[in-house]
Design a protein around this ligand. Structure first.
Ligand code: NAD
Ligand code: AHE
Ligand code: ZN
Ligand code: ZN
Length: 370
């Protein structure tokens, strides 16, 4: 056992507690990673709130990190000490039915145990006073050191700044990937983006790269509009300023609706608006936001009968081990930027402040630097 420092979520709805915890060495097929930086994503807050059907406690949250390999377990061949890595909540084994299908990034090799907060052998590596602490999304990046399956690590360039590319472990890859891989937005298409946090702003970057002709950014917090415009939004709309449904407003603005919409909030009512603001006959709406346990979406089936399509996207449809290193290279080549997302940086001791800033709508991403 080694000692490491972590932010422990002991129970839902309570602040994280910064503690020294015990960490077992990496077992067969596992890797010990020293986390250098981690973003705080809304999904961490969602699980901490108790809304996640898969939320287990006590746990070490965090899934948007980057770090350096410190040790490898038996049989690990694709990584060695000193490699720079991004932990993946969507593994890529290359061998399961899902990986081989060519149709999805949703590798299932470790998904069942991951969803229970366990390593693939059904046990944990983190302990406090001899009692197990659960892992989170196969990553647990709110710890200075973590143990991750080999197939859940993307090896990236050693030149890449870990304190920035950590955001490619979730938010930025998710938004950009949803535009490119899930929606496949084409030059001249019109796009509506609901929710202007890290995910929605990354959708805007993706839509600009795809040369969308119009990018309508929607949020109830107008403080988000400045960054949205800077990144390329052509229109910013606050739904609470209208006395009619936002889908009607967008349909009027766009001569019948947008070609593509993206829901980046996790609100099932907004998901309906996002579908219904799509153009009759061909408009497609992509759900990215994660809704609370038990929530359900609804619309008139006529919306689909008349040609609108409802889709969802996880990690932007990106296969982490084979595609994320290339996305890091694109960042290094200046094809997109990350600085705009990083509104705050802080040490692990202040991580609860990062959650406060998110809930107050004051941050895009807080990055924790170890
Ligand atoms: P965030 O909290 O930073 O941003 C959410 C934004 O939505 C905020 O700007 C907020 O003001 C806005 N908003 C809230 N209610 C609204 C409403 N009714 N109408 C319009 N705007 C509203 O969150 P984030 O980190 O950008 O994450 C967004 C969502 O995406 C979350 O649900 C998160 O869990 C999910 N997510 C999904 C994936 C995936 O792979 N599918 C990956 C990452 C995050
Ligand atoms: N645990 C939740 C679902 C959570 C969820 O949808 N997670 C997204 C990633 S959010 C990242 O910030 C995802 O990729 N889902 C696919 C998967 O395999 O988890 C629940 O409802 O139980
Ligand atoms: Zn996330
Ligand atoms: Zn697989």
């Amino acid at each position: 056992m080694m000692k490491t420092r972590a932010a422990v979520a002991w129970e839902p709805g309570k602040p994280l507690s910064i503690e020294e915890v015990d960490l077992m060495p990496p077992q067969k097929g596992e890797v010990l990673v020293r986390i250098v930086a981690t973003g705080v994503c809304h999904t961490d807050a969602y699980t901490l709130s108790g809304d996640d059907a898969e939320g287990v406690f006590p746990a070490i949250l965090g899934h948007e990190g980057a770090g350096i390999v410190e040790a490898v377990g038996e049989g690990v061949t694709s990584l060695q000490v000193g490699d720079h890595v991004i932990p993946l909540y969507t593994a890529e084994c290359g061998e399961c039915k899902f990986c081989k299908s060519g149709k999805t990034n949703l590798c299932q090799a470790v998904r069942a145990t991951q969803g229970k907060g366990l390593m693939p052998d059904g046990t944990t590596r983190f302990y406090k006073d001899g009692k197990p602490i659960f892992h989170y999304m196969g990553c647990s990046t709110f710890a200075e050191h973590t143990v991750v399956p080999e197939i859940s690590l993307a090896k990236i360039s050693k030149e890449a700044p870990l304190e920035k590319v950590c955001l490619l472990g979730c938010g930025v890859t998710t938004g950009m990937g949803a535009v490119k891989n899930t929606a496949n937005v084409q030059e001249g298409d019109t796009v509506a983006v609901f929710g202007l946090g890290g995910i929605g702003l990354a959708v805007i970057i993706g839509a600009v790269q795809a040369k969308a002709s119009r990018i309508i950014a929607i949020d109830i917090n107008e403080d988000k509009f400045e960054i949205a415009k800077k990144l390329g939004a052509t229109d910013c709309v606050n739904p609470s300023k209208f006395d009619k449904p936002i889908q009607d407003v967008i349909v009027e603005m766009t001569d019948g609706g947008v070609d593509f919409s993206f829901e980046c909030i996790g609100n099932v009512k907004v998901m309906r608006s996002a579908l219904e603001c799509c153009h009759k006959g061909w408009g497609e709406s992509v759900i990215i936001g994660v809704a609370p346990a038990g929530a359900e979406i609804s619309t008139r089936p006529f919306q689909l009968v008349t040609g609108r399509v409802w889709k969802g996207s996880a990690f932007g449809g990106v296969k982490g081990r084979s595609q994320l290193p290339g996305i890091v290279e694109q960042y290094m080549n200046g094809e997109f930027e990350l600085d705009t997302f990083i509104t705050h940086t802080m040490g692990l001791d202040d991580i609860n402040h990062a959650f406060d800033l998110m809930h107050e709508g004051k941050s895009i991403r807080s990055v924790i630097l170890y």
